[in-house]
Design a binder for this molecule. Structure first.
Ligand code: UDP
Ligand code: MG
Length: 339
């Protein structure tokens, strides 16, 4: 049996750095900016090595890119950090790519970072310090503000988190992104979670340990466009919601109860009118409105049930989360390994 005891891995400042850091970068059609991104990582790795004695590795997960991303990734040099390139057999989505990266890391701590330059490498040293020096296990970042997003989108985000956290014991922090650092024991815990439908932000919160929030100013995308359109964001929200809460089901029950109570009162009032005041039932319009309301609500709630049943089905099929088509490892050049 897989043990669930990860406490044996120490977070003691003296031994933490010795475990090294793996940086997982999912890339999907990021060819134009990848070389520059890698250059920045090399600089970062050199700094981390010099100041903290931390050996780094980067794991690029090519998520079935259609442009030359894989070729660019293959050509990157392993100066001052090891470079792994994991190429998936097709586009599986960012969550699957993150999982693939997590499965391939060889160092202790894990940092998730986007390959489009929106997650500032300059912040990494601070995140690392929170882990090594202060012993935090999950250092997650949150956008300091959403001023550049539309009012509608901000309200939607707020509504989503209100719903997902409704009654939840472990609240998922609003605005937290995928840019986060996990200590070795937190990464080990995350790896033990068996589910196929993954919502990383939620899972990384759910595992517990010592968590810390760091606010940052997100940079604008340097090349290309975001791969998340509103339709995909809605998909991700439903995914997150159904993975982390039964709030929609509870809401369905409450609504059903409320409607039934309303119907009961309405029935009483009809009886009252007929018996006491002797008026006949006016009927038709109220009947149609009632029918339509009930029909609509029932259909919505069947849809909600369907979401959960679909989730059970995909967990039951237990398919692999991704397939690796190609995997290459370049070890750091000896002169920069020497310390
Ligand atoms: N990404 C991925 N697979 C996908 C979509 C995106 O690996 O199917 C990567 C992408 O290359 C980037 C990160 O996930 O490194 C974030 O994607 P994007 O910038 O499109 O999202 P946003 O920043 O708008 O949330
Ligand atoms: Mg981005």
């Amino acid at each position: 049996m897989l043990g669930s005891d990860v406490s044996s891995l120490s977070t003691d400042a003296a031994t933490a750095a010795a475990q090294g850091l793996s940086i997982v970068v999912p890339v999907y059609n990021e060819a134009p900016g990848l070389a520059l991104f890698h250059e920045r990582l090399v600089t970062l790795a050199t700094t981390l090595k010099e100041r903290h004695g931390l050996a780094c590795e980067v794991v690029y997960v090519d998520d079935g890119s259609a442009d030359g991303t894989l070729a660019v990734a293959r050509s990157l040099q392993a100066t001052s950090l090891d470079v792994q390139v994991v190429s998936l057999s097709r586009n599986f989505g960012k969550e699957a790519a993150l999982m693939a990266g997590l499965d391939h890391v060889t160092k202790g701590a894990v940092l998730f970072m986007d390959g489009d330059g929106q997650h500032p490498p300059s912040l990494v040293e601070q995140l690392v310090r929170h882990w090594i020096v202060e012993g935090y296990d999950v250092v997650y970042t949150a956008k300091a503000h959403r001023d550049n997003e539309s009012f509608l989108r901000r309200q939607a985000v707020r509504g989503f988190y209100a719903l997902i956290n409704w009654g939840a014991r472990q609240k998922i922090p609003e605005d937290a992104g995928d840019f986060r650092l996990l200590s070795p024991r937190a990464a080990a815990a995350l790896r033990q979670l068996p589910e196929r439908n993954r919502f990383f932000k939620g899972l990384a919160t759910w595992i517990g340990f010592r968590q810390l929030r760091v606010d940052y100013e997100p940079a604008a995308r340097e090349h290309g466009v975001t791969s998340f359109n509103p339709k995909q964001l809605i998909g991700l929200s439903i995914e997150g919601l159904t993975s982390f809460s039964v709030a929609p089901l509870r809401f369905a029950s409450l609504l059903g109860l409320l409607l039934a109570f309303g119907a009961f009162l309405f029935g009483l009032s009809i009886l009252w009118e007929t018996w006491v005041s002797g008026k006949s039932v006016p009927g038709y319009p109220s009947l149609v409105v009632g029918l339509m309301t009930l029909g609509g609500v029932q259909l919505i709630m069947i849809g909600v049930l369907g979401e959960y049943i679909g989730k059970i089905l995909s967990e039951l099929k237990a398919r692999p989360i991704y397939f690796v088509a190609e995997h290459s490892v370049k070890r750091n050049t000896p002169d920069s390994v020497a310390q």
